[in-house]
Design a protein. Structure first.
Length: 202
């Protein structure tokens, strides 16, 4: 019984991958093109998230700065997070704001033409809302990676014509996290494909 339960985890994940491949391919391609356009024009990618989304932001920035599967020059990517503003969290200006410091980091580091990747694992995240608004104020485009559309009602409503929304359509958080990581891997591969050509990774 235990082994069957474990196998079901794999079957459910595999079924979901097949179901969403067609629907997610286009927005991932759009996000990859936006990232390459930004970086080759001298801009940078800023990534942020909360919970599991924060880990995804760190993962993609590491893959872009170091390497994903192929050797290449480092790309301009920076993961935003609480550690950048934590020493000031106790001050009167930031007390109680928590991760709202993400918006301050976008304000300080973002430039027109940069790209913000906002990773949301579910629900309307106040800090991500503030970060997206700040990115638009800085004339940056946004890529939003979220769970099912119904869970992120406020965030997509902020997106403009040059923004991209990648929504993983599943209610189970574990499946959302798994597919979001696959989206990040597909995005890294698509970026490398545009920059390096279609040679097989070593």
């Amino acid at each position: 019984m235990l082994e069957a339960r474990i196998q079901q985890q794999f079957f459910e994940c595999a079924d979901l991958m097949y179901q969403v491949a067609d629907g997610l391919a286009r927005p991932i391609a759009d996000a990859a093109q936006a990232a390459v356009g930004c970086i080759t024009a001298g801009g940078k990618l800023l990534a942020c998230g909360q919970g599991g989304g924060q880990w995804l932001a760190q993962w993609i920035c590491s893959a872009l700065m170091l390497r994903f599967e192929r050797e290449r020059p480092p790309l301009a990517a920076l993961a935003l997070g609480p550690s950048l503003v934590q020493p000031l969290q106790a001050s009167a200006d930031l007390a109680g704001d928590g991760m709202l410091g993400l918006a301050l980091q976008v304000r300080a580091l973002g430039q027109p033409g940069d790209l913000l990747l906002a990773c949301c694992s579910g629900g309307d995240e106040a800090a991500l809302l503030a970060a997206v608004r700040e990115a638009h104020a800085k004339e940056m485009s946004v890529v939003l990676l979220s769970g099912p559309p119904g869970e992120a009602a406020a965030l997509p409503s902020l997106l403009g014509e040059t923004d991209v929304w990648i929504a993983v359509p599943h209610e189970r958080l574990a499946r959302v996290h798994e597919l979001q990581l696959l989206v990040i891997h597909a995005l890294c591969d698509a970026i490398d494909l545009q920059l390096l050509g279609d040679a097989e990774p070593g």
